[in-house]
Design a protein around this ligand. Structure first.
Ligand SMILES: Nc1nc2c(c(=O)[nH]1)N[C@H]1C(S)=C(S)[C@@H](COP(=O)(O)OP(=O)(O)OC[C@H]3O[C@@H](n4cnc5c(=O)[nH]c(N)nc54)[C@H](O)[C@@H]3O)O[C@H]1N2
Ligand SMILES: Nc1nc2c(c(=O)[nH]1)N[C@H]1C(S)=C(S)[C@@H](COP(=O)(O)OP(=O)(O)OC[C@H]3O[C@@H](n4cnc5c(=O)[nH]c(N)nc54)[C@H](O)[C@@H]3O)O[C@H]1N2
Ligand SMILES: [Mo]
Length: 706
């Protein structure tokens, strides 16, 4: 175990009573959980800094991480289990004991199971991921397929696109790439480690194409070529680039012959997407489409970062398939510098080693139970994921028929992440029983019958794997606030209270993790004794091309441009080719502006940090970014109140006219309590392939109101 040098602040001497503890920030995605130096006095955090030498952050913290102390001590932290005493949503609760809370939840879930069937109970997880393997198993052992997560809206659309094409998740082999296509990627706001690596590689000559309607730090600092398509038109852009590649014979014929299925049908489809047609559909000049194709042709080893942005459209998954297809026809999948198949180690993270997490989750799956919610409406989602598409949950309950769920247990459930989210509030009111587990008394928790207090990553032990075979099992930096408990402990207690037939779940988190890691050469105790992630000894470099040679997990064993999974199910009404459909505008005269709701801002993570003072101070008012041209034309100036009107409703925001936004576009961030953009987005405007909402290609009108 090597020493971590604490070089940032000076730790005062022993007499100060301040101790240095090492922990993790889990505010954003698992791939980016940064190392924290936590200075603790009398059991309270007094200061937080980044851990020098830590794999992800090497001493640095983003604005979100730097405000962890304020996050942990937010005033609305829940400290005890709560029982609702007022109306749903009113926010009136009284504290109760853990025993009473767990008994109440267990009795209610078992009652619904007995009277209506286990499938009438749903389990849901918001953004947090570290406990999901246990929650999924809990749902399975309980007997329901209705386990769903925020992944119903996150990166899974892209994952599904790769699963259809290659049968596997994929990640970038960026260190060896000559070209990165940053398609809807601005890591300066949402993925700091990625842009650091990109900058490093650019010093060795790597080129970058940025595809983003806006001018961003990524387009300015990284891009050799910046394409600015209209929101949600990326599929048409990719198909037009493919057209140029195929017309010029800039495809890898040998690779296609050996490893690709459906090239003929795809090439035929792509014929109509001339550069001029591409320009008409996307707004990107035809000559830039040709330039992009030229750049792709001149590089070997090309990859594309994963993105949720591209999935947030009605044609999102198909758009994603279209741009992946560029890598397929140019022979950039499973090659050096290209996109490589990955093994998921834990929490959908590819860390280069195998665990039994998937087996742990799947071995108790209730195959014979009624199909998960959304299976009928989003059959491809169900085929690939086998769980609930959470965007279909509200409709399921509001339908009030024999298929409707009656009890719901949410872990970090945030109704504001769904479009037309008032439906979710109506849904809460309809349920026989609703329990929520959260750190804070959120507006969602206010609808619950029982609220349980969870704790942050600083108050618990967590297993965390990192890229390249690094593993860590943290210790608590402070004791949980009040009576808060970790989510896995709560899951385990629920299994105990309901006396489910599962000794592993009942044994708790550490034993479940131990079970999943049983083949690793280091023990949990060794990981936990270390002050930093440990390097596993056996990581072998991946042999490029080995997956293609072995045959992929697709029906044909090849990379499928023409999906045989989709073709085998004509009743789904989906296209086997990566076809293009433009975004849906209910009335282009009434709603002439394109609305992107949710491009990341550095100082917030969804609903989480708007209530943290340091973070809020960086952008105090919910705002709308719009072009200088539109602002001029409408007489709007910085700070004016403007109304955004959609086919669902209207909301006002502070105007920020900016040269970074194209004429006709507007950008608004989501998750604010007081100005919730999802409340005016159409909840039925969903991608039929993935079930994802069109958060980023909605349409609206704007008018100045003050
Ligand atoms: N308009 C619009 N909407 C979007 C998106 C968009 O781009 N635009 N993005 C979508 C995407 S990609 C995502 S991932 C989702 C985000 O999904 P959400 O689930 O909305 O994410 P958060 O708001 O970060 O967290 C949800 C809740 O988890 C709680 N929480 C935090 N840590 C813990 C914990 O350890 N345990 C428990 N039990 N609870 C915890 C938080 O307090 C919060 O109430 O939103 C989606 N919604
Ligand atoms: N600070 C911060 N970081 C986060 C999050 C957060 O809420 N805050 N959320 C985390 C989560 S859950 C996720 S899923 C990831 C999301 O991360 P990404 O998928 O990378 O998404 P964004 O950073 O929102 O968007 C990147 C860029 O895409 C552009 N864009 C928007 N719509 C389109 C489009 O239709 N086409 C193209 N080509 N570009 C478009 C936007 O202008 C933006 O600059 O971020 C994670 N990181
Ligand atoms: Mo996400």
């Amino acid at each position: 175990m090597s020493e971590i040098n604490y070089t940032h602040g000076k730790i005062p001497g022993e007499e100060s009573g301040i101790e240095l503890k090492h922990s993790l920030c889990d505010i954003c995605s698992p791939g980016m959980h940064c190392g924290l130096d936590v200075l603790v006095k009398d059991g309270k955090i007094v200061k937080i800094e980044g851990t020098e030498g830590f794999p992800i952050n090497n001493g640095k913290l983003c604005t979100k991480g730097a405000s962890n102390r304020q996050y942990v001590y937010r005033e609305d932290r829940i400290k005890t289990p709560l029982k609702r005493v007022g109306e749903r949503g009113e926010g009136k609760f009284e504290p109760i004991s853990w025993d009473e809370a767990l008994k109440t939840i267990s009795e209610n879930l078992l009652k619904v199971k007995k009277e209506y069937g286990a499938d009438k109970v749903a389990f849901y997880s918001g953004y947090s991921k570290y406990y999901r393997f246990m929650l999924r198993r809990l749902a399975s052992v309980f007997g329901t397929q209705n386990y769903g997560t925020e992944s119903s809206s996150c990166m899974t659309s892209g994952l599904m696109a790769w699963l259809v094409a290659s049968g596997s998740a994929m990640s970038m082999n960026m260190p060896n790439s000559e070209l990165i296509i940053g398609w809807g990627a601005n890591g300066y706001h949402s993925r700091y480690p990625m842009v650091r690596n990109m900058q490093k590689n650019m010093e060795h000559g790597m080129k970058v194409i940025t595809v983003d309607p806006r001018i961003t730090p990524a387009s300015q600092r990284l891009a050799d070529l910046h394409l600015r398509p209209h929101l949600g038109t990326d599929g048409a852009l990719a198909l037009a680039i493919a057209h140029v590649l195929i017309e010029n014979d800039w495809v890898d014929k040998e690779y296609i012959d050996k490893y690709v299925h459906g090239f003929k049908e795809y090439a035929e489809y792509v014929k109509q997407f001339t550069p001029e047609k591409g320009q008409e559909l996307t707004g990107v000049p035809a000559e830039d489409i040709v330039k992009a194709a030229e750049l792709i042709h001149s590089c070997k080893g090309i990859c594309i970062p994963e993105s949720s942005t591209l999935g947030h459209h009605r044609n999102g998954m198909q758009n994603y398939r279209a741009l992946m297809s560029l890598l397929i026809i140019t022979g950039n999948v499973d090659v050096k510098g290209g996109q490589l198949p990955v093994i998921h180690s834990f929490m959908e993270r590819a860390c280069g080693f195998e665990t039994y997490e998937e087996e742990f989750m799947e071995e108790r799956y209730p195959e014979d139970a009624p199909k998960a919610i959304g299976a009928d409406r989003f059959p491809l989602w169900y085929y690939l994921r086998k769980d609930m598409q959470a965007n279909a949950l509200a409709d399921n309950v509001l339908n009030e028929d024999e298929n409707s769920v009656r009890a719901l247990v949410g872990f970090g459930m945030n109704y504001r992440m769904f479009t037309s989210d008032h439906r979710y509030l109506e849904m809460f009111k309809k349920l026989d029983f609703f329990a929520d587990v959260d750190l804070f008394l959120t507006d969602t928790a206010k609808y619950a019958d029982i609220v349980l207090p969870a704790c942050t990553s600083l108050e618990r032990e967590t297993f965390m794997p990192y890229n390249g075979g690094k593993v860590w099992y943290t210790k608590k930096a402070i004791e949980p606030l009040g009576e808060a408990k970790s989510d896995p402990e709560i899951i385990s207690l629920l299994a105990q209270y309901m006396d489910l037939d599962d000794d592993l779940l009942k044994a708790g988190y550490k034993e479940c993790v131990r079970h999943c890691l049983r083949d690793l050469p280091v023990s949990i105790e060794e990981m936990q004794a270390s002050e930093e992630p440990l390097q596993l000894p056996f990581i072998k470099p991946y042999v490029f091309g080995s997956s293609l040679e072995k045959g992929l997990h697709t029906p044909t064993g090849k990379l499928e441009l023409y999906s045989e999974i989709i073709a085998a199910h004509p009743e789904w009404g989906l296209d086997p080719l990566p076809t293009y459909v433009p975004p849906y505008n209910p009335d282009s005269e009434k709603y002439p502006f394109r609305l992107c709701a949710g491009a990341r801002i550095p100082n917030a993570l969804h609903s989480r940090l708007h209530d943290v003072p340091w973070e809020r101070s960086l952008l105090p008012e919910p705002s709308v970014e719009m072009s200088l041209e539109d602002a001029d034309r409408l007489g709007i100036e910085l700070g004016d109140d403007v109304e955004i009107v959609t086919d669902v409703g209207a909301l006002s925001f502070k105007a920020i006219p900016t040269a970074t936004v194209m004429e006709g576009d507007v950008f608004i961030y989501h998750g604010y309590r007081e100005k919730d953009i999802n409340s005016i987005l159409n909840g039925q405007n969903l991608d039929p392939y993935s079930g994802f909402p069109a958060y980023r290609s909605a349409y609206c009108n704007i008018r100045r109101i003050s």
